[in-house]
Ligand binder design. Structure first.
Ligand code: PLP
Length: 368
């Protein structure tokens, strides 16, 4: 079987180092928010050129704690995309605010910044763009709009560690940014993890308190917080992965380029569009096709895994029925939900396996 993503290959190459790092943590005796977490925070903030990196339990918590630390809550609105993993909007709802969706761009699947003005209200506090599939959103237009209307910009960078917008890495563009280290993300650990980056000193201070029950000094609490911390074991593993991430991202890009070269003129499919002013790190390689069902089925018959990201837009989720959206409200996002599918993509996908994927897609598209 050719899997969509093969983590065993990724960790196989650094297994010995990972085991040694875990052993060091075991004998070190500090298991939560210890020296490895500190080192990881320092390395990432240095890399991104931001003043702070704050590690937390997972990417969803990174979003929740950031919104909470900014004081966003009941009565507030946050503009985001309906075409993302649920956690993006869930975090907004979790702090008591309302997600307000805007339709997406049909080429890149990012929130369409030209539609932001329609969604602005006196309650709007922030914009939450998602660097979907590993390509940065249109940050210049979003930042300009935010500056004009005095809004915060929080990047959901969970899928895009290392991607750049006009030479600047995601995570250092907005007021704050959230990362996930879930295993399948391009920078991931062997469990859950997350991190927030920001150059806002007050936000960072607040986040450092929020992640440990709203306390600065143990057993003295200034606010209601969370228990959301990165384990030392995961920080130790992530420090090893962080050393590899640029190589892994380059390997993803080179695999994507091979798909582009071979699938370019294939009928019935549209390949991802990479904008010229940014780099795409291909967390996922998603193809658009009105014949999705037939192509997925042919791939499945050839023992090749695919995935649908995402089969249902957020405005149409059962839990958001109360928000009052309807079928047809965001036609581009709905088209993406019905036509996109991901084909195998990970840094260690062999040329041979990739050729098999390509061959099946070429042949099925000829028959359609
Ligand atoms: C994975 C992901 C999250 C949530 O991260 P977790 O670590 O799984 O909590 C949030 N937003 C996006 C876009 C994601 O892909």
């Amino acid at each position: 079987m050719i899997p969509l993503i093969d983590l065993t290959k990724q960790y196989g190459g650094i297994q010995k180092e990972i085991i040694e790092a875990i052993q060091d943590v075991l004998t070190g005796g500090q298991y939560i928010l210890g020296p490895k977490v500190k080192e990881l925070e320092e390395k990432i903030s240095e890399r991104l050129g931001v003043r702070h990196a704050i590690a937390v339990g997972n990417g969803t918590d990174a979003l929740v704690l950031t919104l909470d630390a900014y004081g966003i809550g009941s009565g507030d609105e946050v503009i985001t995309t309906p075409f993302t993993f649920f956690a993006t909007a869930e975090a907004i709802s979790k702090v008591g605010a309302t997600p307000v969706f805007v339709d997406i761009d049909p080429d890149t699947f990012h929130m369409d910044p030209s539609k932001l003005a329609d969604k602005l209200s006196t309650r709007t506090k922030a914009i939450l763009p998602v660097h979907i599939f590993g390509q940065p959103a249109s940050m210049d237009t979003i930042l300009a709009f935010a500056a004009e209307h005095d809004l915060l910009v929080i990047e959901d960078a969970c899928q895009a560690f290392g991607a750049t917008f006009m030479e600047t890495e995601v995570g250092s563009i907005g007021d704050a940014a959230c990362f996930s280290f879930f295993p399948t993300k391009n920078l991931g650990t062997i469990g859950d993890g997350g991190l927030i980056t920001t150059s806002d000193d007050r936000l960072a201070e607040s986040l450092r308190k929020l992640r440990v029950h709203g306390s600065q000094e143990k057993y003295f609490h200034q606010q209601i917080g969370y228990n959301s911390r990165l384990d030392e074991i995961h920080a130790a593993i992530l420090l090893i992965c962080l050393r590899e991430i640029d190589t892994w991202n380059e390997q993803r890009i080179s695999i994507a380029n091979y798909y582009f070269a071979k699938l370019n003129h294939v009928k019935h499919i549209e390949l991802p569009v990479v904008m010229s002013n940014r780099s795409h790190v291909f967390h996922l390689f998603c193809i658009k096709s009105s014949r999705r069902k037939e192509i997925i089925s042919a791939l499945k018959q050839a023992d090749i895994q695919t995935g649908i990201y995402y089969p249902q837009c957020l405005h149409l989720q059962e839990v958001y029925r109360e928000l009052g959206y309807d079928d047809g409200d965001f036609p581009v996002a709905e088209m993406a939900a019905s036509q996109l599918f991901a084909i195998p993509m990970h840094p260690f996908l062999s040329r041979e396996d990739q050729d098999r994927v390509i061959d099946v897609i070429q042949k099925v598209s000829e028959r359609l």
